[in-house]
Design a binder for this molecule. Structure first.
Ligand code: ADQ
Length: 458
């Protein structure tokens, strides 16, 4: 069978492959890659200059080939255009989006360097699978270098509505570049719909009938393949973790109180300030629950060199102080807030002990935390998932208590409803959610995408 070549901005190194990983892509893919796969991308190291000779490592029968980024490229390509322009715009937050032509030029250049460094590693029948918004231009760069292999691209974040996408100064160039792929995949129908409409508005091609875009003599198939998790593996990890000393210590520290949990990267798209406001509103409006609930929010620091991320951290520090200052008692702290990355096994144990999983991003491509929370529950006494409607995960999780994360009264009410929900209803909702998770597993995601790529008209 043809070899699979994964191309992503960040390639996890061997130590990360077993340690904590606060990022959806590393988690989702690591659960499903088959032996023999080559994974190519940035090592996470920064040096004086971007390197073009990959370094190799083997781990669990996967080969990792990585290049380092030069400091200036890291700033312009990664912090600048990828995370200052594309990230907020694609999450439909144009007011937070900045654009700098010089940064975009570096983004194009780095995408080109990815293609040139990958070129000598390629075999003629390799299937090339490129991931995410940092690498929108890699397929076109590979084609320009004469690569005829099948190439696919998957976007892990939302694709914005046309009226938002067209704000991007190089909108047309990036979109045409994406069409050098044979297959483009999204998490949800909504993303595909936005993409096809954007292609219609910007390039004048209507592909809404058959999801195949023909542009410059080349066809691109647009598919929906939602990412998932290894459900049984995660459930087993949660069961084991629940017996660990650390989990037991945490449970003891609750002194019989109910636990509500939030796990996120510290990112403004995750809706944390509004979530803290909603919890404060809940404490204000449901005085009978004070002293009986403990909210544990674990937030993994992310992109700390970007001002907006530092400002978010400060804002959350302030809100934590305000909530605990107003409501704590000498023997009860309502909000436990940790800014660090913790091990997956610890997280799994915490999910299992939590009666409520609170997942309220303003926008999210998918959101694996919602899926992990459900997989970790004890089916005999499961907790309740409170989930933002604006996550990709919401499309397949009708039995969660779905909320608009901006409506803090509604989120406060959902917390109250979750606490009041009878066992039978919790079990019914959980069983239905779990059943769907099994169908949309990490393996199903990889199989569906690679099958489309293999069968792509070429
Ligand atoms: P992310 O934005 O990183 O991923 P998400 O899907 O929630 O978001 O995945 C985060 C992963 O990191 C989860 O596995 C979670 O357990 C872990 N994690 C989060 N905080 C952590 C912490 N404090 N300590 C340890 N682990 C932590 C992007 C998109 C998502 C999409 C994924 C996959 O933004 O929408 O679901 O890619 O496509």
């Amino acid at each position: 069978m043809a070899r699979l070549v994964i191309v992503s901005n960040r390639v996890p190194d061997a130590s990360e492959a077993t340690g904590p990983r606060a990022g959806g892509l590393a988690v989702g893919l690591a659960d499903a890659l088959t032996p023999g796969t080559l994974w190519f991308g940035w090592s996470g190291r920064r040096g004086r200059q971007t390197t073009t000779e990959p370094a190799y490592a083997e781990f669990r029968r996967l080969t990792y080939a990585t290049i380092d980024l030069g400091e200036a490229d890291y700033r312009a390509f990664y912090l600048g255009f990828s995370n200052g322009t594309l990230w907020p715009l694609f999450h439909m937050m144009p007011n937070l989006t900045s654009f700098d032509r010089a940064e975009y030029a570096v983004y194009r250049e780095v995408n080109h360097i990815f293609a040139t460094a990958l070129l000598p590693l390629l075999r003629p029948d390799d299937l090339i699978w490129i991931h995410d918004y940092q690498l929108l231009g890699v397929a076109a760069a590979l084609r320009a270098l004469g690569v005829h292999n099948r190439i696919g691209f998957f976007l892990h974040i939302p694709f914005p509505a046309p009226a938002i996408y067209e704000v991007l100064p190089p909108a047309r160039e990036l979109l045409s570049g994406m069409l050098a792929n044979d297959v483009i995949g999204f998490h949800t129908e909504r993303d595909r719909w936005h993409f096809l409409n954007t292609v219609n508005v910007i390039l004048g091609i209507d592909a809404t009938a058959d999801n195949v875009i023909t542009h410059a003599g080349h066809s691109t198939q647009v598919i929906v393949t939602p990412i998932g998790i290894d459900v049984d593996g995660f459930t087993a990890q949660a069961v084991r973790a629940a017996r660990r000393v650390a989990t037991k210590r945490m449970v003891e520290s609750l002194s019989g109180r109910t636990l509500m949990i939030g796990i996120d990267r510290l990112d403004y798209t995750k809706g944390l300030p509004a979530r803290f406001d909603a919890y404060q509103r809940f404490l204000a409006n449901y005085p009978e629950h004070r002293h009986h609930i403990s909210f544990l929010q674990i937030a993994a620091p992310s992109r700390e060199e970007v001002d907006r991320y530092r400002a978010l951290r400060k804002d959350l520090d302030n809100k934590t102080g305000a909530i605990n200052g107003a409501y704590s008692d000498f023997d009860w702290v309502p909000l436990r807030y940790m800014t660090r990355t913790v091990s997956r096994s610890l997280i799994a144990g915490f999910y299992r002990t939590a009666r409520i999983g609170l997942v309220t991003p303003l926008r999210d491509g998918m959101n694996l935390v919602a899926k992990e929370y459900v997989a970790a529950q004890n089916p005999a006494d499961p907790g309740v998932l409170v989930l933002s409607r604006f996550t990709g995960a919401a499309a397949g999780m009708a039995e969660a208590l779905q909320v608009n994360p901006l409506d803090i009264d509604a989120v406060a009410e959902a917390i109250g409803a979750a606490l009041a929900m009878p066992l039978e209803e919790r079990q019914m909702r959980h069983a239905a959610l779990l059943e769907r998770l099994r169908h949309e597993s990490a393996k199903a995601y990889c199989d569906a995408f690679t099958a489309s790529l293999r069968g792509a008209n070429h």
